[in-house]
Design a protein around this ligand. Structure first.
Ligand code: SF4
Length: 389
């Protein structure tokens, strides 16, 4: 659904690490993790902060970010200091703008190019530009190495590799026709981001997303230099992400561990940090990639901690919002109810890809076809969307 810019009568209030959201269970902080790339040292810092300042767990979001819940009032400065010291808060003025997805396993398995260098370069360029501090917290950039896993996630600005020597620029999810060489991909994405900020200001400065601007994608494309080509269809979002062992191109193994309902416990985080080398990747499917392992023998430790590595598991198809007790708007404890349905084998809609929500807002709903399971106060209503049928 898109909205005209005039429909927004309030500023975007996406939570950040410093600008927290007052939830029913305490303050909620969202820590941006561009590309989902997190060092094991950073994961330990987040886990310790969640235990000492929050409710002890980490929430993984559909943008590969991390949330801490149940924070005590006034704990933001302490959290900010810890995050900054760990390199997780490079620019306080840009913290909510750093929403960046990147292809999972890029440079390690598959893909047409290695998208990994694009993410820190884009993030550095974004943080270095004072004008980009105005970006709404809903803004999303994506770098897809050609496998098509994040190009369909509804980003405002997407770089999609079409060949080892060519990338396309997608705007609001559709090909703009603008092309570049991979070495110019970051400059192109930054130029498109700046053009969005300029067009947003020209249209009143209230829009949250590029798709909300009248003719937004066309106007942004027109402001960019570079060659044009015939437009190609954008990949649609995959229904699930990978799970389990993945053979890397270099002979090593990556393990992809799905985190049920995205709630990573302290014990699970500790196991991930212990078995992983120095770097992990959080995915839009609320899973964690542990790359560069000699073999898949760490699977047992991850599974014993409650992480899911079976590609056929129902957990790959179930997401939820926070629900009760975290959100006062919720009509049910949707996490507990979804967990019970998985355990009992009674997921509705035949176990189709589904998102459980405590109210009609359906926070955290993943991109693509998904069945909505919405609490009504007297049970759940199951809404199939046309793509899910
Ligand atoms: S969908 Fe509703 S109940 Fe769930 S987190 Fe969002 S506002 Fe709260």
């Amino acid at each position: 659904m898109t909205f005209p810019a005039a429909a927004r009568d309030r500023a975007d209030a996406c939570p950040g690490a410093l600008q927290t959201h007052p939830a029913a269970d305490g303050a909620l902080a969202r820590v941006r993790v561009p590309g989902g790339v997190l060092t094991t040292a950073q994961l330990r810092v987040l886990t310790t902060a969640a235990g000492e300042l929050g409710d002890g767990a980490l929430e993984l979001t559909s943008r590969g970010n991390v949330q801490l819940r149940g924070l005590a009032r006034g704990s933001e400065p302490e959290l900010g200091e810890r995050l900054a010291a760990a390199g997780l808060l490079p620019s306080p003025t840009h913290e909510t703008a750093r929403n960046v997805l990147a292809s999972v396993l890029s440079g390690r398995s598959g893909g047409l190019v290695d998208a990994r260098p694009w993410v820190p370069a884009f993030d550095a360029g974004l943080c270095a530009d004072p004008a980009l501090a105005q970006l709404p917290g809903r803004f999303l950039a994506a770098f897809d190495d050609g496998r098509g896993d994040v190009a369909g996630q509804g980003a405002d600005v997407t770089v999609l590799a079409l060949a080892p020597d060519a990338v396309a620029l997608l705007l609001a999810g559709a090909d703009s026709g603008v092309r570049a060489r991979p070495e110019d991909a970051v400059d192109l994405a930054l130029a498109a981001t700046r053009a969005f900020v300029a067009e947003r200001a020209a249209q009143g400065g209230t829009a949250w997303r590029l798709a909300e601007l009248a003719g937004g994608a066309e106007r942004v494309a027109a402001a960019l230099r570079g060659p044009r080509a015939e437009r190609v269809p954008a990949p649609s979002a995959p229904r699930t992400g990978p799970a389990g062992p993945v053979a890397q191109d270099d002979g090593r193994t990556a393990l992809v561990a799905v985190v049920p309902l995205g709630r990573l416990t302290a014990g699970q985080a500790a196991v991930l940090a212990d078995v992983g080398p120095s770097e992990l990747q959080l995915t839009p499917w609320r899973s964690v990639v542990v790359p560069d392992l000699a073999d898949g023998s760490a699977s047992d430790a991850l599974a014993a901690a409650g992480l899911v590595l079976e590609p056929g598991s129902p957990w790959l198809h179930v997401t939820s919002c926070a629900g009760l007790p975290g959100c006062a708007k919720s009509r049910a404890d949707v996490r507990a109810d979804a967990e019970a349905a998985v355990a009992a084998g009674t997921l509705p809609a035949g176990g189709a890809r589904q998102h459980w929500a405590g109210c009609e807002r359906r926070c955290g709903r993943p991109a693509g076809g998904v069945v909505d399971v919405v609490a009504t106060g007297s049970g759940y209503r199951v809404d199939r969307d046309p793509i899910s049928r």
